[in-house]
Write a protein that binds this ligand. Sequence first.
Ligand code: DCP
Ligand code: MG
Length: 376
Amino acid sequence: MADLALHRKIIHVDMDCFYAQVEMRDNEELKNKPVIISGPPNSRSVVCTCSYEARAFGVHAAMPAFKAYKLCPRGIFIPPNMAKYSNVSKEIHKIFRKYSDIIEPLSMDEAFIDVTINKKGIKSATMIAKMIQNEIYNTLKLTCSIGVSHNKMIAKIASDMNKPAGITIVRPENSEEFLLKLPLEKFSGVGKKAIIKYHQFGLYYGEEFKKISLEKAKNYFGKNGEYLYYAVRGIDNSKIKMSRLQKSIGSEHTLETNIKSIDDIIRELDACIENLMKRLKKANKSFKTLTLKLKFSDFDLITRSKTLVNPLLTKEEIFILARELVILSNVGSREIRLIGLSASNLINMEKVKKENRFKQIYFDFNKVWEDNYVIN
Ligand code: DCP
Ligand code: MG
């Protein structure tokens, strides 16, 4: 084959109902039960994820907890324990690194691994996928699903085809047919808003979209259409980005003159939030934890943070949370020289878009506040 791109061996690993599975592993009583990871059902929180038993009742990520409760009153609601999942994620990565160092983590439970040349000297990517799946299960007692292909885009779609505990292999010679038959919503970049538009135009499968010219795809459907033009053709030469999983995104600045009053600090938040939002946008992330950092004139430093169940999306929401943190930090008598905000518990915007988690923008700050359940 002349095309080198077809010779790559990429696997995409995605843990099954990750947070819920970890909780079920650690508590016998939860085994085979509808476990829902979220704030309490009487709060206005949303579901982070749920076990496959709960999915059978129609519960899914991003659904309001009260709705999940209506669908599944026997559901066991458990708040997320991020520290625990982060540790599990580190263990999973230790296993990946036994096979290859070319790893791109997408989130705590998801990563691409390039195994074209691997540490075990095994030619078959399918064999490596099986070995990784077995090793994760044997050492961590957790199941994952894996997609195997010659590029990232197809590997990611494939990992989702046979959940839970599945392995889906799409060979280069089968990829065209695979993509032609694929419903458009299965393509990673196609969110809930985009799919509505494609359906309005009578476009449901890769096959149908492939008949559209690049020009039309761009003109009718903008950036998403352009993305899909290449996606349905299986064109994705993107490399594995061997970055560490980005844990936080921050923005801070030293003030020109020291300030003291809470009102002054709150005024300074605006620029900080603007900057933070720019960086989040560039990284294509939303987040659930906001941390305020204040440095005093004597260089003493304090941080205050809060974690919400819903990812924060709007400036208004971030502002309310930041203001709350300022109030919590109990300043007022000491001079401040630096203000910083950082976002952690990052969530890929792609995921947020798929879940259609965009909420209406509230102009009533209190309403935003009450709409989001505080974990800690
Ligand atoms: N998550 C979250 N909020 C979201 C989406 C996900 O907190 N909007 C968290 C909970 C999930 C984890 O991220 O357990 C991984 O997300 P996935 O989309 O991979 O979902 P799951 O692993 O839970 O389920 P699946 O088996 O479908 O992969
Ligand atoms: Mg997962």
